[in-house]
Design a protein. Structure first.
Length: 157
C-alpha cells in the first residue's frame, strides 16, 4: 500500500509542472508503476525484520503470509518490474544517454541490494534497505536531471 500511495507523487508533479497529461498518456502510468513497485519491494524488505512479531500478533504482512524466501522472491519481481517500467518511461520520452545510464545504475544497485539479503541471513538488511535505496534515489535523480539539462540545452553533452 505504501508503494501505491507514493506512486501518485510523480504523476501529480508532472501534472503540476506541465499542466496536461503526458503524450503518450501511458508514460505516467509506467512512472507510477516504477515508483509503486520500487517502494513496495523495499517496504517488503524492511518488514522482514518483523516477521516473528507479525506472526505472533496476527498481523498480515507479506513476510508473515509467505515466509522470508517468498517475500524475497516477491521483492525481486517487484524490483525487476521497476526497472522495466523505468525503461518504458525512457522509451516514451525518448530519453538520452544520461537517463539510460541512470536506469542501468539503478538496476545494478537493486541487484546488489538483493545480493545482500538471503533467507537464512538477514544481517545485511539495514545496508540493503537504508543505504542502497538512499543511493538509488539520489543517483537516479542526478542522472534524470542531467538528461533533462542536456536535452534542454542548459548544459553541454
Amino acid at each position: 500500500m505504501l508503494g501505491w500511495s507514493l506512486a501518485i507523487a510523480p504523476v501529480g508533479g508532472y501534472l503540476a509542472v506541465v499542466g496536461a497529461w503526458s503524450r503518450p498518456a501511458w508514460m505516467l502510468l509506467a512512472l507510477a508503476m516504477a515508483v509503486a513497485t520500487w517502494v513496495g519491494g523495499f517496504d517488503i524488505f524492511y518488514s522482514l525484520q518483523d516477521i516473528e512479531f507479525d506472526r505472533a500478533n496476527k498481523l498480515h504482512s507479506m513476510p508473515a503470509a509467505v515466509g522470508v524466501d517468498g517475500a524475497i522472491a516477491i521483492t525481486r519481481v517487484l524490483h525487476v518490474t521497476s526497472v522495466v517500467a523505468l525503461a518504458a518511461v525512457g522509451i516514451a520520452m525518448h530519453a538520452g544517454a544520461w537517463y539510460w545510464i541512470g536506469v542501468v545504475l539503478a538496476a545494478a544497485l537493486l541487484a546488489y541490494e538483493h545480493s545482500l539479503v538471503r533467507g537464512g541471513d538477514l544481517s545485511k538488511l539495514d545496508a540493503a534497505f537504508f543505504t542502497m535505496n538512499g543511493m538509488i534515489s539520489i543517483l537516479f535523480f542526478f542522472f534524470v536531471l542531467m538528461d533533462r539539462l542536456v536535452r534542454a540545452g542548459i548544459i553541454g553533452r
